[in-house]
Design a protein around this ligand. Structure first.
Ligand code: GTR
Length: 430
């Protein structure tokens, strides 16, 4: 019996080692050479899967948008198995005089339950004092709400977190050490000064970011005997996007919020999430994806930097299982990520890249915006007309917006300055 156990452990250990090395070797083969980008045809957004031409915004909305949305839902991010309304929300703390006396702070617990199981997550809100109903940025953070600003009143989440030495996270627990540690990345004060509110959620409260479907929101929808989603059902990105839609349900009730002006925001994997949430829930006034890369704004068919095979091996829980069909088989995709950008139309969408973030393929992120533009034109909106990428720090602030800044994979003050200027034009003053 004991020997069997040891053999099983050894076998599982070897299996996970070899899976890891397959993933690592795929990552080490990533292409960063523009001349090695394969030739590919970009799927035409204005021709339906059946070959019918789309001429008007109405045809887009009634014929083309639904079939594209269906593809992304069932083949990529995964379908949400059912509707689930908020059972109850509770303001667990609020205070005035936050952010140097310029804002109100609110911490709200959102509770849902289904099939006898429960989940709660917390939204931290900062609302500018001098605005009656604030336009909002809504986005997840990676390491707890208390990381976004050095405010001793922000509660520390108990949810599972990835260990991180910089933030003093060991044994998967968040601590005081990370309070205010990402103030620079969040720029809350700039938002408040510009008349915006911020709503943020720790993503691990909605679904811990690990390949384990026994925790987070997924189990609330399982049928008897089920322990993971079906092949076309939600991975973690879709689950996080669901959380943003529930946050929106709450924001619609908050008297300090202008719910018609809520823009989703996210960085990296959470930038993928921000786009998907914006697409599935048309109540959002816009979406911002910061360095979202593969499975976000970047075109998959370019196979530049991170590829579908790499991402699906490294993060098997992010997309639905059906999406594995396209591992090293991008040619077979009847869509690419420009279609995801176009699904936001006519609402404004911002794609941002960083020069040194080649893993996320800045050019592929830019081209998605360029190829999505004909759909925006159907609605009389402007996008990206020039196929040449703009220079570093030359933002394009149209309905489809884009910038590339110097530096690494991160969110910076420069990024937020651009988002605010653009939101002033396309969201706040609309
Ligand atoms: C990387 C992943 C990217 C990106 C990033 C992040 O490891 O390959 O797709 O999402 O993580 O979220 O920081």
């Amino acid at each position: 019996m004991k020997r069997l156990k040891i053999t099983t452990i050894l076998f599982l250990g070897l299996l996970s080692l070899s899976l890891q090395s397959i993933a690592q070797s795929a990552a080490s083969r990533a292409n960063y050479d523009e001349s090695k980008v394969p030739e590919f045809e970009i799927p035409d957004l204005l021709t339906s899967f059946e070959g019918e031409a789309i001429h008007t915004a109405r045809e887009w909305e009634t014929m083309r948008r639904p079939e594209l949305l269906d593809f992304f839902t069932n083949q990529m991010y995964g379908k949400i198995p059912g509707d689930l309304a908020i059972t109850k929300w509770e303001v667990i703390e609020e205070g005035t005089g936050a952010i140097n006396g310029k804002a109100k702070r609110k911490q709200v617990d959102i509770h849902v339950e289904n099939n006898g199981k429960k989940l709660s997550f917390n939204i931290l809100l900062y609302l500018p004092n001098n605005v009656e109903k604030a336009p909002m940025f809504l986005g997840y953070n990676f390491y707890g709400n208390h990381i976004v600003y050095n405010d001793p009143n922000i509660r520390i989440s108990n949810a599972w977190a990835r260990n991180n030495n910089t933030y003093g996270i060991t044994e998967h627990r968040l601590t005081e050490e990370s309070r205010g540690a990402q103030t620079e990345n969040w720029q809350v004060e700039k938002m408040i000064d510009a008349g915006y509110g911020l709503a943020t959620i720790y993503y691990g409260e909605v679904d811990p970011d690990r390949d384990d479907f026994s925790d987070g929101i997924h189990p609330l929808f399982y049928n008897e005997g089920q322990d993971k989603p079906l092949d076309n059902e939600w991975g973690a990105i879709s689950a996080w996007a669901w959380g943003l839609t529930k946050a929106m349900d709450y924001l619609e009730q908050d008297p300090g919020v202008d719910a018609s002006k809520v823009v989703t925001f996210g960085h990296s994997r959470l930038g993928k999430t921000s786009l998907w949430a914006g697409v599935v829930d048309e109540r959002f006034a816009g979406a911002i994806s910061n360095n979202s890369g593969c499975g976000g704004a970047a075109l998959s068919k370019r196979k530049f930097g991170e590829t579908l095979e790499i991402i699906n091996n490294a993060f098997p829980h992010w997309f639905c299982d059906n999406f594995n069909i396209y591992n090293d088989n991008e040619e077979a995709l009847p869509v690419d990520q420009h279609a995801l950008i176009a699904l936001m139309a006519p609402r404004p969408v911002y794609i941002a890249s960083a020069e040194e973030d080649q893993w996320a393929d800045p050019k592929g992120e830019f081209l998605s915006g360029f190829y999505a533009t004909p759909v925006y034109k159907l609605f009389g909106k402007s996008g990206i007309d020039d196929e040449q990428m703009p220079g570093i720090h030359h933002p394009i602030h149209n309905s489809v917006a884009y910038h590339i800044r110097s530096g690494k994979h991160a969110v910076t003050a420069y990024d937020w300055e651009q988002y605010i200027k653009w939101a002033d034009i396309h969201v706040k003053n609309q």
